[in-house]
Design a protein around this ligand. Structure first.
Ligand code: GCO
Length: 463
């Protein structure tokens, strides 16, 4: 049976990954701008040049039948300095996107923070400093006030786990640190920031709903032994619960806090902040699903912890999870070119589990596959992407049949964009972006296929 009419179908992007125009019209540098320039790494100075192609991109989304567009706002484009001065040109840019969406009948699904932190906060310790979280409240309020008359779906933060673990534990994202103490502080502050974002939303009496987006990694034990079950709990706390429990229940998992308190300084968790977190929980969860993980009890030296990434940095991730669990490869599964496990069943199980536990509406806020592709004039025949999306949408529809309250599905990504340290090589788009001066948009076969999925409300999906 087709999903109901209000179900959101669309593509997702993020400001740093697609806008380009990194120093245009009063935008100040973000931590990504600064660090990548400093280290001479591939950057998103230009990226997909969405800043100059935004009307074309929204027109294409409309042509593809999309009913929603998930994008993020850039804090350094909107707030110029630590005093909180607003950059009107930044506001104007997002007004342009939101108004174009309205004209196209596309619902804007807006993330307030998707990793591009103003450098003026990074200089003071970034997310390890509680001041950043406190400043986020002001920034979020500015966004609601500017766009809240037209935006009904808000996300405070995108993937707290992913960018903090890569930035402070694995050490391959800015600020390239490997320090578990900093990771814990950053993790706490980001959850505080999210709660402050919810607080500002509620206090302002804005219409609509507000949630958080999590990089969801359902965890499987290799067997049912008690050792494996304990490893699963550790891995679930590490991968999911510290974000999801905290966002929905307003409390960090108590066994995780107890465990961490044995080794780390948790004085950042002040009672007044814990009260803010408790009082300001989310309305919905956005789950980004790329892969699941298999774990077993820790057995030093026998296996390699992959840390949910291409393997790079996996060893370094061990500083935190030593003694907790080991991540193992499941030889029966397929993997992408970047070593991400392909396992649609994990989405079905994960959605069931999340809904049973949290009882809030769910969105798939990202799902997709990164591939090497050459964008020329002809559409890319990305049958591999179609089959990936087909199997994952089928898993979502099965979960809906089994009672899970799903409200929308977003493909990552609407068009090709910069994929963090993988640069522009790792393409996810339904629409190709050519490497030429014009950044020509060339819709792929998956774009046409997804249009049919939307038109049939998912009925054309093979199940
Ligand atoms: C990628 C990732 C995406 C994005 C996104 C996460 O490699 O590009 O798989 O998930 O990084 O920004 O929210």
């Amino acid at each position: 049976m087709a999903v109901d009419k209000g179900f959101l179908w669309g593509g997702a992007t993020a400001s740093y990954q697609c806008e380009g125009a990194w120093d245009a019209d009063g935008k100040v540098p973000s931590n990504w701008d600064w660090w990548l320039h400093e280290r001479e790494l591939p950057n998103a100075d230009v990226a997909s040049d969405h800043y100059h192609h935004v009307l074309e991109d929204i027109a294409l989304a409309k042509e593809g039948g999309h009913t929603a567009y998930r994008f993020s706002l850039s804090w350094p484009r909107i707030i110029k300095d630590r005093e909180g001065t607003v950059n009107e040109a930044g506001i104007a840019f997002y007004n342009k996107i939101i108004d174009a969406c309205a004209e196209a009948g596309i619902e804007p699904f807006v993330t307030v923070f998707h990793w591009d932190l103003p450098m003026y906060w990074e200089e003071l310790g970034g997310w390890t400093n509680t001041q950043t979280a406190l400043a986020f409240e002001h920034y979020a309020r500015v966004c609601y006030e500017a766009f809240g008359d037209r935006v009904r779906s808000w996300v405070t933060i995108n993937e707290p786990k992913w960018f903090t673990s890569r930035g402070y534990l694995v050490g391959d994202y800015p600020p390239f640190h490997q320090n578990a103490q900093e990771y814990i502080q950053a993790g706490f502050n980001i959850m505080l920031a999210s709660a402050l974002g919810v607080k500002a939303f509620r206090e302002g009496g804005f219409e609509g709903s507000i949630g958080i987006v999590h990089s969801y990694t359902p965890v499987y034990g290799i067997d049912d032994t008690i050792e494996s079950q304990i490893a699963v709990r550790y891995a679930d706390n590490f991968n999911n619960n510290w974000v999801l429990d905290t966002a929905v229940f307003g409390e960090f998992p108590i066994d995780l806090v107890t465990e961490l308190s044995r080794t780390y300084d948790l004085s950042c968790m002040k009672p007044e902040y814990l009260r803010i977190i408790k009082a300001n929980t989310v309305d919905f969860l956005g789950l980004n699903y790329y892969s699941s993980t298999d774990v077993k009890a820790w057995t030093e030296g026998e296996t390699t912890l992959r840390f949910n990434t291409s393997g790079k940095g996996g060893e370094r991730g061990k500083i935190m999870v030593k003694g907790w669990f080991e991540q193992v490869y499941n030889p029966h599964h397929k993997f992408t070119d970047w070593g991400m496990e392909i396992y649609p069943e994990g989405l079905y199980h994960g959605l069931k589990k999340a809904f049973d536990k949290y009882h809030v509406p769910l969105y798939i806020s990202e799902n997709g596959i990164g591939c090497y592709e050459d964008i020329v004039d002809e559409p890319v025949h990305d049958d591999y992407r179609i089959s990936f999306l087909q199997d994952h949408i089928a898993a979502m529809l099965d979960a809906m049949d089994d009672g899970v309250d799903m409200r929308g599905y977003f493909v990552w990504s609407l068009f090709d964009l910069y994929s963090w340290i993988s640069g522009m090589e790792k393409r996810y788009g339904l629409i190709g972006v050519a490497d030429d001066e014009e950044h020509r948009r060339v819709p792929k076969d998956s774009f046409t296929w997804f249009k049919r999925v939307i038109e049939t409300g998912g009925d054309c999906i093979d199940r």
